[in-house]
Design a protein around this ligand. Structure first.
Ligand code: CMP
Length: 140
């Protein structure tokens, strides 16, 4: 399988509870390398732009307010089949459906406050990485 890169976000519910290290350990234990990472505070406008694809959904406002409510850690994960592997490590969007041992099963509070985001396909991974990182920040 090809080496891929995917965009990951450790969300406000997790940074508020000081879980960044525990979540990063899950990625690294699964063979994903954290090749870029920064802690930032999103504005409502930035959160809205990032989640623009969900603009018509009833939870969009709540989602943007949550993502702008406290710092997030944005990161690029790299590895064989990294996009699918990251989704496996994260678990299902709703923690009630997430498999045992996944990040969302262990740490998520609800479908909204679900601790992590991960890109869902190669095209979105490329777009989402470029949203947060410049080429100069991606040293491998
Ligand atoms: P994420 O992978 O970041 O992509 C979109 C996010 O919308 C998703 O994770 C959830 O956090 C959020 N989301 C999805 N469904 C709901 C919902 N029913 N209510 C609130 N937030 C939701």
């Amino acid at each position: 399988m090809a080496i891929e890169r995917t965009l990951s976000i450790i969300k406000p519910d997790a940074t508020n509870r000081n879980l960044t290290g525990k979540i990063n350990a899950k990625f690294e234990d699964a063979g994903l390398r954290i090749v870029a990472q920064k802690r930032i505070k999103l504005s409502m406008e930035q959160a809205g732009k990032f989640y623009e694809v969900h603009a018509a959904r009833p939870f969009y406002g709540e989602l943007c307010e949550f993502m702008a409510s406290a710092p997030v850690v944005v990161q690029v994960l790299e590895g064989e089949g990294a996009i699918a592997k990251n989704r496996e490590v994260m678990g299902a969007t709703n923690p009630k459906d997430a498999a045992a041992g996944t990040i969302r099963a262990e740490f998520a509070l609800s479908v909204g406050e679900n601790s992590v985001h991960g890109s869902d396909a190669p095209e979105t991974a490329a777009q989402e990485i470029a949203f947060f990182f410049s080429g100069l920040e991606l040293v491998g």
